[in-house]
Design a protein. Structure first.
Length: 494
């Protein structure tokens, strides 16, 4: 059994096998996360195997520590892999740079089979960037005899190995999202497969690794649609089965622009740092370009396990998906509301302590108030920092048309509230609300005419987590009364 037969014998047979193959470039952008998620869901929904492969042959883009970012992100998101660099498997290594010797052997095999040739042209050691117009490489190298090629190699002349694209006819490939796509071979470039340093190009390494790992479904961005015919020709030249392609349209910042880290668009790590919940992000990303079908078509909330049950490739859209941070914030708020209060407090406590150091303030009580009013965790400090110290505020805040309060009746309410509250022994929220409600009745006004100015005086805010008596109870009697007296002084000074 020769080398190639041994490699073929290792390939698992039967069942769905998918892979997520990120480059270690430092962070996980939303498009990467969606690819990982869809790839994982295809495997799990079909009872298949999910593989993590690290594609690190582009050393110019390698970022130290980026592999750990990949592992941590996948683990945090629940996208567990069955095979990979850290867990092993039957078709390793699972790090591309550790497979370097394979690519040269398969490139030479392809040359012998007529699907590639040695090219000695200089300054041609790079692939054209995806999406860029292709300038056809034309040279005499494809017609060199085997003896001429061997002589030039023996002489130490540098070379690359290029794919030999047929000059005539067309190549058709099928994509699960976009259907059949046909490309004239005359439009395809004799792409470089093996660079002069012996490292493979992205396109070639993908084909070799996907075949040798038994990958049945390849999920990637639609920007690679133009590469698919070249992939197919490689598979055909080797005599290998072609996997199912699943090309996903891009995730857009707006109607014209793709999301980009350099334009300030958030990565997964950025969203988590801002206080988005992992479960909410996964749920939202799943719906960026995919929709459940049938009776679930209107449903928006899914756990990861539920997604694995209902996900199907047919629900993937061909249209670009726009990343809507407002929609994500809304979804995140819904997830926060559904959290067990203790679970929410565990998440909120570090953010609360950023704003409140006063040990007299009950942070658990603050957490209870903030939970139904919180969209993302990072907004907690600015929502509650007034509890630590009363900010300066505009007395115009005492005017509220809806509650029919103005400067005059606000002052009257505060002047009446202070002596009544000074005599109040029970400083609980319920007791305070009952007392202030009774005061409003005695003054012959609506509750809001008393409660609104109290709320402004103790918070210096128009919007607060909780009402006037919630805040008074949190602040304690001494601090609340001090703030009410300051409010009276402010209004009297006008």
């Amino acid at each position: 059994m020769d080398f190639f037969e041994q490699m073929e014998a290792r390939i698992p047979v039967g069942g769905v096998r998918t892979r997520f193959a990120p480059s270690p470039t430092g962070y996980m952008h939303i498009g990467n996360l969606r690819t990982a998620l869809y790839t994982w869901l295809i495997a799990r929904s079909n009872g298949g195997t999910f593989i993590l492969r690290i594609e690190d042959t582009d050393q110019g883009r390698y970022v130290e520590g980026a592999v750990d970012v990949i592992y941590n992100t996948m683990s945090r998101c629940g996208l567990t892999h069955d095979e990979g660099p850290d867990v092993g498997g039957p078709v390793g290594p699972y790090i591309q740079s550790e497979r370097r010797d394979l690519y040269g052997k398969y490139a030479e095999l392809l040359v012998r089979r007529g699907g590639a040739y040695h090219c000695f042209c200089q300054k041609q050691d790079e692939e054209p960037a995806e999406g860029k117009a292709i300038v056809k490489h034309v040279c005499a190298c494809p017609s060199l005899s085997e003896a001429e090629v061997r002589a030039r190699i023996d002489a130490g002349e540098p070379y690359v190995i290029r794919q030999r694209i047929p000059q005539e006819g067309s190549t058709t490939f099928h994509d699960a999202s976009f259907g059949d796509i046909t490309v004239d071979n005359s439009e395809l470039e004799d792409q470089i497969l093996l660079k002069s340093d012996g490292l493979p190009t992205y396109n070639f390494a993908n084909v070799i690794d996907d075949h040798l790992m038994g990958i049945t479904h390849v999920v990637r961005g639609s920007e690679y649609l133009s590469s698919a015919p070249k992939y197919n020709l490689l598979y055909e030249a080797f005599g290998w089965d072609i996997p199912t392609y699943v090309h996903c349209s891009p995730v857009m910042r707006d109607a014209q622009h793709k999301m980009s880290k350099r334009h300030g668009d958030p990565s997964f790590e950025d969203l988590i740092a801002q206080g988005f919940l992992t479960e909410a992000v996964i749920n939202y990303v799943a719906l960026l370009g995919w929709s459940p079908r049938g009776e679930l078509s209107e449903r928006e909330f899914f756990t990861l396990d539920e997604l694995a049950e209902v996900f199907d490739i047919g629900g993937i859209s061909k249209s670009p998906a726009v990343f809507d941070i407002v929609k994500l914030r809304w979804m995140n708020a819904e997830y926060i509301k559904k959290l067990d209060p203790e679970a929410f407090y565990a998440m909120a406590e570090p953010w609360l302590r950023q704003a409140i150091s006063n040990p007299a303030i009950d942070l658990r009580a603050v957490s209870t108030l903030i939970q139904p009013r919180c969209e993302i965790l990072s907004e907690i400090p600015e929502k509650v920092d007034f509890l630590q110290a009363l900010p300066e505020y505009d007395p115009a805040m005492y005017v509220h048309k809806k509650s029919k309060t103005n400067l005059e009746n606000s002052l009257a309410s505060l002047e009446a509230a202070v002596p009544m509250l000074e005599a109040q022994e029970d400083w609980s929220n319920d007791a305070l609300y009952a007392a202030l409600s009774e005061l409003a009745q005695n003054l012959g006004v609506k509750n809001s005419v008393v409660l609104w100015p109290v709320r402004v005086a103790v918070s210096g805010r128009q919007s607060t987590p909780g009402g006037a008596t919630d805040l008074c109870a949190l602040l304690g009697k001494e601090e609340a009364l001090s703030r009410l007296r300051s409010g009276i002084e402010l209004l009297r000074s006008l």
